[in-house]
Design a protein around this ligand. Structure first.
Ligand code: P6P
Length: 353
């Protein structure tokens, strides 16, 4: 189905989604959501690229901290609002839009009876944006597991318990994802999507204001000698991982070749490069942070869905990331993902310990 759509060049995201919906009527509601994501990513790339201009209103910090205690940047809040507004007005969402930029009293939007719930990280890697380093938006879309009976007007504490019930509709494993996407704000603006039938990448052509198909049915190379991790944590990693990375550095690993290290410190950029060039991106657990740093629900699971759909592997080192059910919205998870033969070296090392 998707290959038929991709036979010609110059396929825009809009046309791609319309043709997918024509060929798969059951995906029609889902493709409507991507119209909103398309618009939101165009708006966000503009905001991000203009954010460093002296005249920009988006410089600096909001003066608050998010639920992880990280300083909130004005850009975090603005991109969160852009995405929520775009998704909300599709009328296709059933529960809340869990953005990391919110504080813990998450605003809940209920459109009864609709089919989907979106989780997202509106501007992942935002601490890099002041240096012009790539950042991105990560989105996961689940089917609404059951209707949340909650008063949309509720505020403050009385929501807390109800909110937990509502959020339970988002506490689903990655295997329940029906779609995932990321937007990458870099030298080009990319959008990568999967609806469970391969990964399709689109590049923003600013002369026409459209995302144009650039890579159809992406397949991550099975082998590639690149590893992408924050090596400042090396001494705190597990022994199996340390041994594999040492082998890669010395050229004594399975491939017998020396690996090179590439790390942007922005997940969307590192994963995008891994999808196209191959290699292994990871944020493993360590003695200080046993679950690493990446959040399962709106970083680990959606990016794992995309990586697996491209023929890669995504694991905690011991189990498939997509099979883990979050216990709470901001749960963190160790992740190693990428070229299946290289990631398999890590999995074999853990299995042998
Ligand atoms: P470190 C960004 O804050 C982020 O969540 C990911 O985008 C990125 O991969 C990771 O943290 C970088 O963390 O500790 O290497 O700076």
């Amino acid at each position: 189905v998707f290959d038929e759509v991709c036979e010609t060049t110059g396929v825009t995201l809009t046309r791609f989604m319309n043709e997918v919906a024509m060929l798969n009527p059951e995906l029609r509601e889902l493709t409507t959501l991507f119209g909103a994501i398309d618009t939101a990513c165009k708006a966000m790339t503009n905001v991000v690229k203009r954010s460093q201009l002296p005249s920009s209103e988006t410089l600096g910090y909001q003066g608050a901290v998010n639920i992880q205690g990280e300083d909130q940047k004005k850009l975090d809040v603005i991109t969160n609002d852009i995405l929520k507004r775009a998704l909300r007005f599709t009328g296709r969402l059933g529960v809340d839009l869990i953005g990391t930029a919110n504080s813990d009293n998450q605003e809940i939007v209920i459109e009864e009876g609709e089919k989907y719930v979106a989780v997202f990280d509106p501007l992942d890697g935002s601490s890099n944006v002041d240096a012009g380093i790539p950042t991105g938006t990560i989105i996961g879309i689940y089917e609404h597991s059951d209707n949340c009976e909650i008063d949309p007007e509720c505020i403050g504490d009385e929501c807390t318990e109800l909110e937990a019930q509502c959020l339970a509709n988002t506490l689903q494993p990655g295997t329940n994802l029906v779609a995932a996407a990321y937007c990458l704000y870099s030298s080009s603006t990319f959008m990568a999507i999967t609806l469970g039938n391969g990964v399709y990448m689109f590049c923003l052509d600013e002369t026409i204001g459209e995302f144009v198909l650039s890579h159809a049915n992406v397949k991550v190379p099975a082998d590639c000698n690149i590893y992408s991790m924050n090596e400042a944590n090396f001494d705190k990693w597990d022994a199996p991982l340390k041994n594999v990375v040492k082998g890669w550095r010395e050229g004594t690993g399975k491939s017998g070749e020396r690996f090179t290290s590439r790390y942007i410190g922005s997940m969307v950029g590192d994963v995008h490069r891994t999808l196209l060039y191959g290699g292994v991106f990871g944020y493993p657990g360590d003695t200080k942070n046993v679950n690493g740093k990446l959040r399962l629900l709106y970083e680990g699971a959606p990016m794992s869905f995309i990586m697996e759909q491209a023929g890669g592997i995504s694991s905690t080192g011991k189990e498939r990331v997509m099979e883990i059910t979050p216990e709470y919205v901001h749960q963190r998870i160790p992740v190693v993902m990428g070229s299946k033969n290289a990631v398999q070296e890590i999995l074999d090392a853990y299995a042998a310990e």
